[in-house]
Design a protein. Structure first.
Length: 64
């Protein structure tokens, strides 16, 4: 399942059944390995203000 997750200053896309938790690393569709912080999780009081990773968006759209 493709999903979006904010991490390290961008909204990255990933393929997986569950969203990563704070302090977990994941490899985004763009190939970057990033770490999720508490501020990146809306359910924990975080916000989705960071811009979308254009490389992840390109891969996402190619898979649709």
């Amino acid at each position: 399942m493709l999903r979006w997750q904010q991490a390290e200053g961008k909204r990255h896309a990933l393929n997986g059944p569950f969203p990563p938790r704070p302090e977990e690393r994941f490899v985004a569709l763009c190939g970057e390995e990033v770490t999720v912080a508490v501020r990146d999780v809306p359910q924990l009081g975080g916000h989705w203000f960071d811009p979308t990773c254009t490389a992840c968006e390109s891969v996402w759209l190619a898979r649709c």
